[in-house]
Design a protein around this ligand. Structure first.
Ligand SMILES: Nc1ncnc2c1ncn2[C@@H]1O[C@H](COP(=O)(O)OP(=O)(O)O)[C@@H](O)[C@H]1O
Ligand SMILES: [Mg+2]
Length: 251
C-alpha cells in the first residue's frame, strides 16, 4: 500500500447464498482524489459500499482505512473513524429544520456518548459555526430555517451530503447522488460533488457515464461483482471490456 492510500480493499468478496454479489474486489483509493465506481445495475456497487461501511459482513477479504484494518466494524463506528456515507435513498429528519439536521450531526460527531451531558454552553458555538460552514458548502445557507420536508428533492440530497460532511470525514462515500433527480437538479448535484473535490476524498458510485467521465480522477468499473477495468477516465473509455459491459454483450 502506498503512503497516500486512504482506503484499500483486499479481495473483498460477498456471497448472498449462491449469488456472488462482490467477487474479489481490491480497490486502492488515494487521498484527495475523486474515485468513481461504475457498472451496470446489479453489478455489486452498493454491496461493495455496504461491505466497506460494515453494513454487510464480507464472506472473504479485508478493508483498510488509513492503514488500519476496519473489516466488519459496526456502521455507527464509521463517523468516528473518519468515514461518512450517503445512502442511495434520502435520509434526513423531515420535521427538523435544515440547520437542526446539520447541527445534530455535527454535535453527534464531536460529543460521543454521555459526555454530551457535561459540555459547557460555550462549546456549542463551535457546533453552530461548523453547521453553518457545512450548509454554506452545500449551497443551503439560505434555506437553513426551512423544514427539511419542504425542500426540493435535489436540496434534500444536498442536505444529506451536508449531514455526511458534518462529521468532518476524511473519506466520503456517495451512492448515486444524482439518481432520480431532474436534469437541473442533476447539474446542481454534480457541481456540488465537484466543489468538494480536493477538500475531501470521495468514493462515488454514479450511473451516468458522462458525469463520471467529467469529474473523476480514477474509475473502477464493475461487472458481475468484479472490477473489470480501472484507470483514468480516458483509459476506461477506451477499454473494450468496459464498452462490452455497457453495451450488454456479456448478458
Ligand atoms: N441483501 C441482499 N440479499 C440478497 N441479494 C442481494 C442483497 N443485496 C444485493 N443483492 C444482490 O446482489 C447483486 C448486486 O446488487 P447491488 O450491489 O445492489 O448492485 P448495484 O448497486 O451495482 O446495482 C444483485 O444481484 C442484487 O440483487
Ligand atoms: Mg446500487
Amino acid at each position: 500500500m502506498s503512503a497516500d492510500t486512504i482506503l484499500r480493499t483486499d479481495g473483498l468478496t460477498c456471497d448472498f447464498g449462491a449469488l456472488r454479489a462482490v467477487n474479489h474486489v481490491s480497490l486502492d483509493v488515494k487521498g484527495g482524489t475523486l474515485h468513481s465506481v461504475i457498472g451496470p445495475n446489479g453489478s455489486g456497487k452498493t454491496t461493495l459500499f455496504n461491505l466497506i461501511c460494515g453494513e454487510v459482513r464480507p464472506s472473504a477479504g479485508r478493508v483498510y482505512f488509513e492503514g488500519r484494518e476496519v473489516t466488519g466494524r459496526a456502521p455507527h463506528d464509521l463517523p468516528h473513524l473518519g468515514l461518512a456515507r450517503c445512502f442511495q435513498r434520502t435520509n434526513v429528519f423531515p420535521k427538523l429544520s435544515v440547520y437542526e439536521n446539520v447541527w445534530a450531526a455535527v454535535f453527534a460527531r464531536r460529543t460521543p456518548g454521555v459526555l454530551g451531558c457535561v459540555r459547557r454552553a460555550g462549546e456549542f458555538s463551535d457546533v453552530d459555526a461548523d453547521a453553518r460552514r457545512v450548509l454554506a458548502d452545500v449551497g443551503l445557507a439560505a434555506r437553513s430555517e426551512a423544514r427539511a420536508e419542504t425542500l426540493s428533492h435535489g436540496q434534500q440530497r444536498a442536505l444529506e451530503v451536508a449531514v455526511a460532511l458534518a462529521s468532518s470525514p476524511r473519506l466520503l462515500l456517495l451512492d448515486e447522488p444524482t439518481q432520480g433527480l431532474a436534469p437541473e437538479a442533476t447539474v446542481q448535484m454534480t457541481k456540488l460533488v465537484q466543489s468538494l473535490v480536493g477538500r475531501y476524498t470521495i468514493l462515488l458510485i454514479e450511473h451516468k457515464m458522462r458525469i463520471v467521465m467529467s469529474i473523476s480522477d480514477r474509475i473502477s468499473v464493475m461487472a458481475f461483482g468484479e472490477v473489470i477495468a480501472e484507470g483514468t477516465p480516458d483509459e476506461v473509455r477506451d477499454n473494450r471490456d468496459v464498452q462490452r459491459a455497457y453495451l450488454g454483450a456479456r448478458r
